[in-house]
Design a protein. Structure first.
Length: 376
């Protein structure tokens, strides 16, 4: 691939261009552009911070800018203005440095305009019109968090505007603690047969296999199933990888001691890890996901052997995508402790008949876990 040249800010602007106009994912395009650059580590961190921060704060940056704009600027000029406003207001960059280095990135004909607007952004205190604009989320996401967390919603949303900590497992695999705690809660034991119905890219399958359990990692998406196989090799564990739609699983009834359904979800609990996700996901996506999750859950229950465990998890924090699903017939809810499952750690809050991790309290992704035992 061609080497990417340019300063940190030029590369950041290119990444923003690909995210905003090309639909690229920030967490994929930034590493890919950095791999092709010759930037030093400190500059690489700066690029990541600029792209992630400007993307998260897009709505807030637009509000900061729009105070001083009478006609909407062209898309490229707006992009440069956002990058400048982010550095000045949120990024801790000295205003004169932010303005002078950012103006030169603008199209030649709008440099004077960008300079004037950014100077005013730097010197005019902001009066935010409302909370969603200040926090820089779509209105419906703020409403959803207020419904779920009440007065703690702002803390939670603010936490998800900060960079996520990087946590590594003993085998080197980078995985958020919330996901590690889901694996722990499944309680897989040596020799047991475990199915991970939605396994790609394999974070949980590989951790389950590290217990000595015999793990089948399935995913409907062949590319993501391929990642499970690759990650199993690099973690040094055995996972039997299957490409399968969990709504029609090609496995025998009652053939697993434990089944993990780590369902596709809106990802509202992992927004700090995926800076552009808040602008991609919509309320109607959530409706579709709720239907998909219900169908996956319904088809997975028959795979659990009598007395076996079904664990359902989602990296979101809403009831609709988790405890809103019907308790499967022939199953009972497993509480904080049970005879053959580990007692849940205190970080899991009680949440209906399940448990939830709140990002602002645990400094992890938000996650809901429900455990069921097959009784008949
Ligand atoms: C939350 S991710 C799983 C993350 C994974 N368990 C891990 O820890 O690395 C959800 C996965 O479900 C897969 N998926 C979506 N629809 C599916 C379906 N109908 N059947 C099986 N897998 C599906 C997606 O391809 C995606 O890889």
């Amino acid at each position: 691939m061609k080497k990417a040249t340019g300063t940190a800010r030029e590369i950041a602007l290119e990444a923003l261009r690909r995210v905003e106009d090309g639909g690229a994912y920030a967490n994929l395009i930034v590493p890919s552009l950095l791999d092709r650059s010759s930037l030093e580590p400190a500059d690489r961190r700066f690029v990541t911070e600029l792209v992630y921060g400007t993307t998260r704060r897009r709505r807030a940056c637009d509000a900061l800018i729009d105070r001083f704009v009478s006609a909407p600027p062209d898309i490229e000029t707006r992009r440069v203005l956002r990058l400048g406003a982010y550095q000045i207001v949120f990024g801790g960059v000295a205003p004169h440095a932010a303005v002078s280095t950012t103006v030169s990135l603008a199209p030649r004909r709008t440099r004077g305009f960008v300079n004037a607007v950014l100077r005013r952004v730097a010197t005019t205190p902001m009066v935010w019109p409302d909370q969603p604009t200040r926090l820089s989320y779509p209105n419906w996401i703020v409403t959803t968090f207020e419904h779920e967390f009440g007065t703690e919603a702002v803390d939670c949303l603010e936490r998800m505007n900060e960079p996520a900590p990087v946590t590594r497992r003993p085998d080197g695999y980078v995985q958020d603690l919330a996901s590690q705690w889901v694996v722990e809660a499944v309680g897989a034991r040596q020799g047991e047969r475990i199915l991970d119905t939605c396994a790609g890219p394999g974070g949980k399958s590989t951790a389950l296999a590290a217990t000595g359990a015999r793990v089948v990692g399935a995913d409907a998406n062949a590319t993501r199933a391929g990642l499970v196989a690759r990650n199993a090799v690099s973690c040094g564990v055995d996972v039997e990888v299957v490409v399968a739609d969990a709504r029609r699983p090609p496995m025998a009834d009652g053939s697993f001691d434990r089944v993990l359904v780590d369902a596709p979800c809106s990802g509202l609990g992992a927004l700090r890890r995926r800076p552009d996700a808040r602008w991609r996901v919509s309320q109607s996506d959530v409706d579709d996901l709720v239907r998909l999750q219900a169908a996956i859950l319904e088809s997975s229950v028959r795979l659990v052997k009598p007395g076996g465990l079904l664990a359902y998890s989602v990296c979101t924090i809403t009831a609709r995508e988790s405890i809103g699903h019907r308790i499967p017939d022939g199953f009972e809810v497993v509480g904080r402790d049970g005879h053959d499952v580990p007692t849940l750690r205190d970080e899991w809050d009680d949440y209906g008949h399940g448990f939830r991790l709140a990002p602002h309290r645990t400094d992890t992704d938000g996650m809901v876990l429900v455990r069921y035992r097959r009784t008949s």
